[in-house]
Ligand binder design. Structure first.
Ligand code: NA7
Length: 532
């Protein structure tokens, strides 16, 4: 039987939960469909050992409820996945959200009925529902991907993807473990499991510029102070280009005397989190000279920390500092000093195939009991394109995006009225500390719906012209940034299908500008959107 609602939300992660909360407040009937066996999204699926925030816990939490801020105590500056999952459960229970959430319900199709101006969704497990509004809160890094090596399915041992980690602990003791990938996920798991493994072989294609996380428990005094200044922290995040607490020095790096620059790098290195990446000088993302100096600073640290000089050189990235997300590490580099850990450089000896017994590189068969794939995601477009979304005239999102994604504000796609996306391509909420911008985004969408209902509009859809303009603006937003020279990252969909790859999938104009743009669009009667 098809159930009718005012709104359907796809995904019960950080954004989906807040969307449900807000839409309910508006008096709408809402149903959330969630693929996972429980709520949590990213924090449900990514339960691998060592998974934790790279945002400071108190900058990641929801800001919408003072009670919530007062009642929840984070135990660490960068809390780990079990605590984050507990937090999201606490939120769901506190606001009685679960009664409107259907778990184990992966949405397969989302189809627009032009006559009725209603969307109908169908899940893989046979549920059907209709609603006037659909909000896709499907996450930016949800569609996990395996490498396309021959033989991935043939391996006779245990194969694990970090984004589909089992709930029961995996025992690595005495096992020969291989891990493919050295992104932020891999760094977290490598440094955590290495001491337990019989042998750990790390298959690295690209080294990353890792910076120390400096995680530590939150003391009782800190706890109180953090609660008192919670809103100050949120405001600080909204002021900063990247949405984190780290505030850059307003000067250009090379205008500052060298000794002072070096002292600042050290101070930020010691502070931890994304401090060195996001809290450096104002031109850190533009000046190659400045980036190279930070790279040199970090390379020296790697050489100091890794005993074997050859391994150290392999762990030193070749790309400019800051052009990819910097994994937060603790003892990552020292891990390679352990006698049971080995680094295999895939640039020197690429993987030929996965065999029944292990990983075969061009010069060696690495026999393994466990292969861990920390190989990332089809970023941003992945989860949306995995559903069969069909708008006006039966046109699919796949067709609409055949030449790469096109969106207005990353929120809507032309020909798909009353369908909004929170974490899709071009959405400025993505190049940000996720909850900070997701909240703004959700509030903006819910305000649209409120506006439509107050003014008697049935549908809202972006115009193709506004869509083209925003898509161009996203491409423009990266010009002049060093990121533009490093296309081998999920920012450019490096592991996505061909038609998405190589295009900038984000808006890099910064959080203050994003907030201003969205506010102006709304203030001008949703300029660029057609209301009928
Ligand atoms: P990432 O950052 O996309 O990293 C994926 C890693 O997997 C990266 O080291 C890739 O190397 C590697 N990879 C991908 N495909 C292959 C193949 N075919 N062979 C060898 N190595 C491969 O994903 P994460 O999960 O680590 O992090 C995603 C985000 O989650 C991160 O930004 C944080 O915000 C949290 P490559 O660099 O492509 O050479």
């Amino acid at each position: 039987m098809t159930q009718n609602y005012d709104a359907i939300v796809i995904g019960a992660g950080v954004s989906g939960l807040y969307t449900l909360y807000k839409l309910r407040k508006l008096g709408l009937t809402v149903r959330v469909f969630e693929a996972g066996g429980d709520i949590g999204g990213t924090w449900y699926w990514n339960r691998y050992p060592g998974a934790r925030f790279d945002s400071e816990s108190y900058s990641y939490q929801y800001s919408f409820s003072q009670e919530l801020i007062d009642e929840w105590n984070w135990s660490e500056h960068f809390s780990a996945q079990p605590e984050i999952e507990r937090y999201l459960h606490f939120v769901a229970d506190k606001f009685d959200l679960r009664r409107d959430i259907e778990c184990n319900a992966r949405v397969a199709a989302v189809t627009y009925d032009e006559n009725e101006k209603r969307w109908e969704i169908a899940t893989h497990n046979g549920l059907r529902a209709r609603a006037r509004y659909v909000i896709c809160a499907t996450g930016l890094l949800s569609a996990h991907q395996y490498p396309d090596y021959e033989g991935v399915a043939d391996f006779a041992g245990l194969s694990l993807h970090t984004a589909r980690w089992p709930k029961d602990p995996v025992d690595f003791r005495g096992k020969r473990v291989g891990i493919i990938g050295t992104g932020p996920t891999a760094v977290q798991i490598i440094q955590t499991i290495a001491p337990d493994c019989g042998r750990l072989t790390v298959f690295q294609r690209t080294a990353n510029w890792c910076t120390p996380l400096r995680n530590r428990p939150i003391t009782a005094e800190e706890q109180q102070a953090l609660k008192e200044k919670a809103h100050e922290i949120f405001a600080q995040c909204k002021r900063n280009w990247a949405g984190f607490i780290h505030e850059p020095d307003p000067r250009r790096a090379m205008d500052v005397p060298k000794a002072e620059r070096m002292a600042r790098y050290q101070m930020l290195y010691d502070r931890g989190g994304f401090a060195l990446w996001l809290g450096n000088f104002s031109d850190s993302f533009m000046s190659r000279e400045a980036a190279d100096e930070v790279a040199e600073f970090l390379a020296a640290k790697i050489r100091e920390r890794v005993a074997d000089p050859e391994t150290a050189e392999k762990l030193i990235p070749k790309h400019p500092f800051g052009t990819k997300r910097c994994p937060g590490e603790k003892n990552y580099y020292e891990t390679f000093n352990l006698p049971n850990v080995r680094l295999v450089d895939l640039r020197e000896t690429p993987i030929k195939k996965i065999s029944r017994t292990g990983i075969e590189t061009t010069n060696e068969l690495h026999e393994l009991d466990v292969i861990i794939y920390a190989t990332g995601f089809h970023s941003l477009t992945g989860e949306l394109l995995r559903m069969d979304i069909r708008g006006e005239h039966g046109r699919s999102l796949q067709e609409h995006w055949a030449d790469g994604p096109r969106t207005n504000l990353g929120i809507q796609f032309s020909g798909f009225p009353n369908l909004w996306a929170i974490m899709g391509p071009h959405n400025p909420a993505v190049f940000c500390n996720i909850p900070r911008c997701a909240e703004t985004n959700v509030e903006w969408i819910v305000d649209c719906i409120r506006y439509m209902r107050e003014k008697g509009f049935e549908t809202m859809a972006t115009t193709p012209e506004a869509e083209d303009a925003w898509t161009r603006r996203c491409y423009e937003s990266v010009k002049g940034l060093l990121i533009d020279d490093m296309r081998d990252s999920w920012f450019f969909g490096s592991t996505n299908p061909e038609n998405v790859r190589g295009r900038f999938l984000l808006f890099a104009g910064g959080v203050p500008l994003y907030r201003e743009i969205f506010a102006n669009v709304a203030a001008n009667g949703y300029e660029g959107f057609e209301l009928r």
